[in-house]
Design a binder for this molecule. Structure first.
Ligand code: CMP
Length: 139
């Protein structure tokens, strides 16, 4: 297997954005258990992704290919068309399908135009794998 290229996957971004992405990932109850370096690598590989008003960012029951951090705008979370909650800026979401390989547990819809930072499943898996390999090399 070719080694995943962090150089290619890395998306340059301002230090202030990196700080907000790091904080958003670290305050998520599932993602906060990851290692510091893994969070750093995830932040490096995130890229901007915008959605229009009314558009679905995530659909319940579908396979998940990205995790996100909301940077601007407002999102609503639904289960079986029932509104559960809204998501405010600098919050991570869509982490469950990526972490646990399950289908999307809820739908997430843009209330207005939103800007997110997305991370591909492939990048996430490679970051996890790279940590495992590095650890193996140490012993
Ligand atoms: P995931 O299941 O990948 O996709 C839908 C996302 O909605 C899920 O990850 C969580 O990030 C989020 N989500 C699911 N259920 C809730 C809930 N009850 N409250 C807030 N967010 C939720």
């Amino acid at each position: 297997l070719p080694k995943f290229s962090f150089e290619k996957a890395r998306v340059p971004k301002d230090a202030s954005v990196k700080k907000q992405l790091t904080d958003a990932l670290n305050k998520n109850q599932y993602l906060k258990r990851l290692e510091l370096q893994q969070i750093k690598d995830m932040v490096e590989c995130m890229y901007e992704c915008t959605y229009q008003q009314g558009e679905y960012v995530i659909k319940q029951g579908e396979p998940g290919n990205h995790l996100f951090v909301l940077a601007d705008g407002k999102l609503e979370v639904f289960q079986q068309n029932k509104l559960l909650t809204s998501i405010t800026v600098w919050t991570a979401f869509g982490e469950l399908a990526i972490l646990y390989n399950c289908t999307r547990t809820a739908s997430v819809r843009a209330v207005n135009k939103v800007m997110t930072w997305a991370l591909d499943r492939e990048a996430f898996q490679n970051i996890m794998r790279r940590t495992a390999e590095t650890r193996h090399e140490q012993y």
